[in-house]
Design a protein around this ligand. Structure first.
Ligand code: TXA
Ligand code: MG
Length: 322
């Protein structure tokens, strides 16, 4: 189906904001590339992003906000992160920092991690949409998984079609290259993805030398291994394709649940993978917190988002992350 492509006048932007609040997906231009946006606090809307992109894995997403003050309500800014925000926001720099428990963000935007990627875009349409939506917008690049990022509305239409409720056509995106992603943990800083902001510009803003691509020198220690893991791993053992629940186990159910006297969370009683994806990470965390002998996971089909759900669960079961 052909998606609705609109010129980003005030009426279109206001309608896009309304659609976002209703849980729909909106593609919009930023100064880097087009983003595929959803209400960052809405689990189902965020899950729909992964379905639309056809991502076989749940990569964490960038949360876009209008101002530093809004970002501070979502995450804890170490001084180094505040310095970078002051130097580059609004602009193509994304900061990966610790989420606040009170953020109200979907756990799916962080792929279950304790961190969140935040940026304040510098594009009139993106900023107008943030104002119209009145809430943070989670948005990966608006391309299908494994395709290159979209820098024209036509690319978005080709890749995502009717999965988006509306495409705001702001013409070609100025940078055409994604934002630079920097993780900040205390005094440690690491460039996770080179992008529109150069390492030289970051060095000039901070007045110190940063290693390339990841380690930091010049008085700041390199990030410790493990700090930058890109996936959440539960502490409890995870047992897949469970057909019965054993003593001491917690049950992660899908569809008609197995009988169990213990703790149980059903990802989707009606066996819907988009619904299951929406609460997967929150459910793993909640069951993990009870320190069960294991988390028994019922079989989940591999069609649609089931592929990403199973990928995530396999990593959790093998104790790997990454
Ligand atoms: O320029 C951009 O950054 C564009 C526009 C739309 O803002 N967005 C973009 O998003 O490129 P995406 O999803 O294509 O890339 C986001 C990257 C992913 O590689 C993801 O793994 C990383 O950010 N990321 C997000 N949250 C993270 C986190 N908490 N920890 C580590 N990496 C994270
Ligand atoms: Mg991308």
């Amino acid at each position: 189906m052909t998606p609705v492509v609109r010129s980003p006048d005030a009426a279109a932007v206001a309608e896009a904001g309304r659609l976002l609040r209703e849980g729909r997906l909106i593609a919009f231009p930023t100064e880097t590339v087009y983003g595929l946006g959803a209400d960052a606090g809405n689990d189902r809307a965020v899950a729909a992003i992964f379905a639309a992109k056809g991502r076989p894995q749940f990569n964490p997403l960038i949360v876009h906000v209008g101002h530093l003050a809004e970002a501070e309500a979502l995450a804890v800014f170490p001084p180094l992160a505040r310095q970078l925000a002051a130097a580059f926001w609004p602009g193509p720099l994304t900061l990966v920092i610790e989420r606040r428990a009170s953020s109200g963000l979907s756990h799916l935007v962080s792929a279950g991690l304790d961190t969140v990627a935040l940026r304040v875009p510098d594009h009139a349409v993106a900023r107008g949409l943030l104002t119209a939506a009145g809430r943070p917008i989670a948005a990966p690049s608006a391309n299908r998984s494994s395709h290159v990022s979209a820098t024209l509305a036509a690319h978005v239409a080709e890749d995502l079609g009717s999965a988006v409720a509306m495409i705001l056509d702001g013409g070609p995106t100025p940078h055409g290259l994604e934002s630079t992603i920097v993780a900040v943990t205390g005094n440690d800083l690491a460039v996770l993805r080179p992008g529109a902001v150069t390492s030289e510009a970051i060095e000039a803003a901070l007045g110190l030398a940063i290693g390339r691509p990841a380690a930091v020198t010049g008085g700041v220690r390199p990030a410790a291994p493990g700090q930058l893991e890109s996936h959440y791993a539960p502490k409890s053992r995870v047992r897949l394709n469970a057909t019965e629940v054993r003593a001491g186990e917690a049950l992660l159910a899908f569809g008609l649940p197995l009988p169990t006297p213990g703790p149980m969370i059903n990802l989707s009683p009606r066996a819907d993978t988009i619904e299951a994806a929406a609460t997967l990470f929150a459910a793993l965390r909640a069951l993990d917190a009870g320190r069960p002998s294991a988390i028994a996971v019922m079989p989940i089909p591999t069609a649609g988002l089931g592929e990403a759900i199973n990928d995530r669960l396999r990593r959790a079961a093998s104790g790997r992350s990454g």
